[in-house]
Design a binder for this molecule. Structure first.
Ligand SMILES: [Zn+2]
Length: 134
């Protein structure tokens, strides 16, 4: 898929220059940020702006074509977080060590399938928090 430069700019600005899944600011590594299909094309997702999200390489790569995952607590299959229809703070919270915690089944399933708390990412978030850049 080719995203027009103006659409890519719009998507990035709409996301406040942060990954819409892990909230990592893109001033760190913006070159590797990607436009994600929230509902993957494999599952019939469109190229419309309301199906697109700004995502860091790590989240986008881990998400792949997935649209749902099992909540590790209830073992229920739930849709992944949708940044166009849901609010990040309703689904997740971040603690002062940089660890992102799912507050809901959707949040927990998304944290798990996107491997959002991999060691290097938590350390990076903790450093940004300590520097006041989160
Ligand atoms: Zn991310």
């Amino acid at each position: 898929m080719t995203i027009k430069a103006k659409d890519r700019d719009f998507i990035r600005q709409r996301a406040n220059n942060r990954c819409e899944y892990c909230q990592k600011p893109d001033f760190i590594t913006s070159f590797s940020y990607q436009v994600d299909h929230i509902i993957s094309k494999k599952h019939g997702g469109s190229d419309n702006l309301d199906n697109l999200a700004w995502a860091c390489f790590e989240c986008n790569n881990a998400k792949g074509a997935d649209i749902a995952a099992y909540d590790p607590i209830t073992n229920m299959l739930v849709p992944l977080y949708n940044p166009r229809t849901q609010i990040w703070d309703d689904q997740f919270k971040i603690d002062n060590t940089g660890f992102i915690i799912g507050k809901t089944a959707i949040g927990r399933a998304t944290v798990t399938i996107l491997n959002i708390n991999r060691e290097t990412e938590v350390a990076l978030r903790q450093g940004l928090i300590e520097l006041g850049n989160w």
